[in-house]
Ligand binder design. Structure first.
Ligand code: ADP
Ligand code: MG
Length: 453
């Protein structure tokens, strides 16, 4: 059989086993490039696909290949970006956008549902500089000796400076050292909604059981516990149970414990009882180094002077640097302009002008669904539960504010609601932002996430 035909029938077999969306995402632009010396080399359009096929589908692919040609003993993957057909710029832009979405989905897919850990966050790809040295060292030490050194470990910084990355890296590293260790990473928002629904459904016992035998509990963005008394109380018990058994607790926040408002004193003093480390803003050199390393990770070459120029001009945070890099890569693919000091100014300008183009209804819906841990179905459905109504109103707020959708159109998009409801919701959130610190924080957090996704 010719190698092209072999691959075609492999794809046909695989197609039967997986969903169409998965097939289109991971297999559509693949091909067999060589087949010799018992080895099949599959060409794929990008490193994402390569990593995914390697980690998730290698066995399936090999088995399917061997069913057609017994001699094949091994599969390899090679990245060949030109695999995709020639496209018009418009089509290309659309595909890039879809690709970004797929990459977002990819990120969600690889999160381990048992631990909440995403393997992409490691110490190996965490750049260290004066701004985060202490937090990194403390985190690394904890990953090697959980429960005995610094307990709890409390990391705080402004947004986009690496808290989540560091917390996740600690969890991943600890798991790698000791497979048996039970690690559980969650965001405070998720923790809160878990408690609320456990209380509502009389399932507190289940909740307690779930947390009882965790060895390393990681809760991100703990500032969201502010003002949530019942959750704080439950968390206090969970904390004490684990602490007494020398289990490791790791927390992050956007401010030090003493500055979290409406947080019970007994929790504050618990948080202050271990190690507190902050992450500052990186200096220009470090920003340039981070930018360089991120570009390398994506196999994208950017000259040093350009990295430095970008570092000087993007001063806010690392998430924003990453956003610029992603847009730069897309832009470069479209314009084909070489990335050098001469062009970078106008490219950055273009990027700024198009910065919102990739924000879509789906992205807003997904982000808010994820943030409040409420399913998209519930958000678009008819439930009148308080927390669902609130999340829905926030979606409305973003659709109006960021996408400038008309009120009737918003109503149509979110489950066929009347435009008066939409107007009411929008102005309610606008008012709440002014008078309710919690809502203000949540909205600005969601905004940050949207801007960088
Ligand atoms: P935070 O949780 O503080 O808002 P994140 O951990 O989400 O910030 O970091 C934002 C982005 O920047 C992530 O994609 C992360 O991988 C990246 N990042 C942050 N700090 C570093 C670092 N020191 N080295 C490499 N990448 C980093
Ligand atoms: Mg974070």
């Amino acid at each position: 059989m010719k190698k092209e035909n072999i691959w075609e029938s492999v794809l046909a077999q695989i197609k039967l086993d997986i969903s169409e969306a998965s097939f289109n995402t991971w297999f559509k632009h693949t091909n067999i490039s060589t087949l010799k010396n018992k080895r099949a080399v599959i060409s794929v359009p990008n490193t994402f696909v390569r990593d995914w096929l390697q980690s998730k589908y290698n066995k399936t692919i090999l088995k399917a290949l061997r069913s057609l040609n017994k001699d094949i003993k091994e599969v390899q993957y090679t990245v060949n970006p030109s695999i995709q057909q020639v496209e018009t710029p418009n089509k290309k832009r659309k595909r890039e956008e879809e690709n970004n979405l797929n990459q977002m989905e990819f990120q969600n897919l690889i999160i381990d549902s048992e631990t909440g850990l995403n393997p992409k966050y490691t110490f190996e790809n965490f750049v260290i500089g004066p701004f985060n040295e202490l937090a990194q060292a403390a985190g690394y030490a904890v990953s090697e000796n959980p429960g005995s050194l610094y307990n709890p470990l409390f990391i705080y910084s402004k947004t986009g400076l690496g808290k989540t990355h560091l917390l996740q890296a600690i969890g991943n590293k600890a798991r790698k050292r000791q497979k048996k260790k039970k690690v559980y990473y969650t965001q405070a928002q998720k923790f809160i909604s878990e408690i609320i629904s456990s209380i509502r459904n009389n399932r507190m016992e289940d909740f307690k059981r779930r947390y009882k035998d965790v060895d390393i509990l990681i809760i991100d963005d703990i500032q969201f516990l502010s003002g949530k008394e019942k959750t704080q109380e439950e968390f206090f018990h969970t904390f004490n149970d684990l602490y007494e058994k020398n289990k490791q607790i790791i927390l992050s926040s956007d401010r030090p414990p003493k500055s979290i408002s409406a947080l019970a004193d007994r929790l504050k003093s618990r948080f202050e009882g271990g190690m507190i480390a902050d992450i500052d803003y990186p200096d220009t050199e470090t920003r340039a180094a981070i930018f360089k390393s991120k570009a390398q990770e994506k196999d994208f070459f950017i000259p040093d002077d350009v990295c430095y120029y970008i570092a000087e001009n993007i001063q806010r945070n690392i998430r924003e640097l990453e956003g610029v890099l992603n847009k730069l890569i897309i832009q470069q693919k479209i314009t084909k302009l070489p990335i050098d000091l001469k062009n970078i100014k106008s490219i950055l300008k273009d990027i700024n002008q198009t910065s919102m183009y990739s924000l879509s209804f789906n992205k807003i819906l997904k982000t808010i669904s994820n943030f409040y841990d409420i399913s998209e179905k519930d958000l678009l459905g008819s439930s009148r539960k308080k927390e669902i109504v609130k999340a829905r109103q926030i979606i409305i707020y973003f659709l109006r504010k960021e996408l400038n959708y008309s009120y009737p159109y918003i109503g149509k998009k979110i489950g066929g609601r009347d435009h008066t409801t939409v107007i009411y919701s929008f102005s309610k959130i606008e008012k709440d932002i002014k008078r309710n610190e919690d809502i203000k924080e949540e909205v600005s957090y969601i905004k940050e996430t949207l801007a960088s996704a």
